[in-house]
Design a protein around this ligand. Structure first.
Ligand code: NDP
Ligand code: OXD
Length: 339
């Protein structure tokens, strides 16, 4: 079995050695421009069109959770990857725990009013503030997928009221589920801390905008862990300046690195990190890829295949048998007709 690997920043030699260890018998090579030798699988992040085009691959694995950059390249260059080639993405592989750490620490920071105490410290003021109550601090998670579920689980442990918003309704114990566009405003009306864990698709771009932010109670908070393009940054700044929002913590931005001129850098109520909320953990990622390739080779059930039309992994898709040669995942077709 031949595997080609391309990542602009990862330690390629480490990945190749570890992949060969976990997939005995596989020959893994770094793809370089001009390499047209046959391959069975490709492991990629921001791949050049030339790497994938014209190949007869059994599958492509994205080396991250979000596949938006690959899908947008595919829209420009559909010839890069035929629909018959399944595209997989990483499911959790250590990212769930990192998202839990990030979300819990930030929610507790706001809940315990550390932002206010930091302001008081600047003025050398010793002043205990009224405590917030958990019942006044409902948390709303947009996106109830692999990472949204992990974050909900961690926040549930801390006793916060939880609501989630997704395309399809969920029945999770003690979590209020809202589904679809029609229920979005109701979801927002009761959300004090809005956590975004949606995938970047045509339907979700710009979803956190002035009219949606207006639905939140006053003095709310926004935590964006998914993609910068979900948030209309000017609208977020307006909401912060008007007092609708009390704070925002942003890991992702519409342009990365965030341009020096962006007012987000200097806004006193905006905190940020440089797209590090959950990074790809090589050993866990390689274990997932090796397991999935093994399952495919044996004709078994696999999970993590992206529905290229939806732009992410449809819940109905996960765990269904992949029909080799089919133009997509078998279960997706059934699901699409039902929706
Ligand atoms: P999943 O694909 O597992 O989950 C996506 C969720 O979003 C599903 O619950 C889905 O609903 C919901 N959804 C999709 N479209 C809509 C819509 N139009 N309306 C309402 N709900 C919708 O994704 P993950 O949890 O694995 O990851 C989420 C995102 O996090 C990734 O796409 C990536 O962009 C980002 N990410 C960011 C990282 C960082 O470091 N900042 C690291 C890793 C990921 P349903 O269940 O009904 O289908
Ligand atoms: C990802 C990311 O999608 O790193 O994996 O943002």
């Amino acid at each position: 079995m031949d595997i080609i690997f391309y990542h602009p920043t990862f330690d390629t030699l480490f990945w190749i050695a570890e992949l060969e260890k976990q997939l005995p018998g596989a020959r893994v090579r770094e793809w370089k421009s001009g390499d047209e030798q046959p391959a069975d699988y490709a492991l990629v992040w921001h791949p050049p069109v030339e790497m994938l085009q014209g190949r007869d691959l059994k599958a492509v694995f994205a080396l991250g959770a979000g596949v938006d950059s690959i899908l947008s390249k595919l829209r420009e260059h559909p010839e890069m990857l035929p629909l018959s080639t399944p595209l997989f993405r990483l499911e959790d592989t250590g990212m769930g725990l990192q998202m839990q750490e990030y979300a819990v620490s930030q929610v507790l920071h706001w809940f315990r009013r550390f932002d206010d105490y930091q302001d008081l410290k600047q003025e050398a003021r010793w002043q205990p503030l009224e405590e917030y109550q958990r019942e006044d601090f409902p948390i709303g998670i947009m996106g109830a997928g692999v990472l949204g579920a992990k974050v909900a689980e961690a926040l549930q442990y801390w006793g916060f009221p939880l609501r989630i918003w997704s395309r399809s309704r969920k029945s999770w114990p003690q979590v209020t589920s809202f589904a679809g566009e029609k229920e979005l405003n109701t979801f927002l009306n009761g959300t004090r801390v809005l956590i975004n864990l949606l995938p970047n698709t045509a339907e979700t771009v710009g979803i956190i905008n002035s009219s949606r932010l207006a639905q939140l109670p006053d003095n709310s908070y926004v935590l964006n862990l998914a993609r910068g393009v979900h948030v209309v940054e000017d609208d977020l700044l307006d909401a912060l300046n008007s007092g609708k929002l009390k704070g925002a913590m942003l890991d992702v931005f519409s342009r990365e690195p965030l341009p020096e001129a962006s007012p987000l850098w200097r806004h006193p109520r905006v905190a940020m990190t440089p797209h590090v909320a959950a990074v790809t953990r090589p050993l866990e990622a390689i274990a997932f890829i090796a397991k999935t390739i093994g399952q495919m080779e044996r004709g078994e059930t696999v999970s993590g295949q992206v529905d290229r039309q939806l732009g992410y992994v449809s819940p109905a898709c996960a765990g269904f048998l992949l029909l080799s040669g089919a133009d997509s995942c078998y279960s997706c077709h059934k699901q699409r007709r039902r929706l």
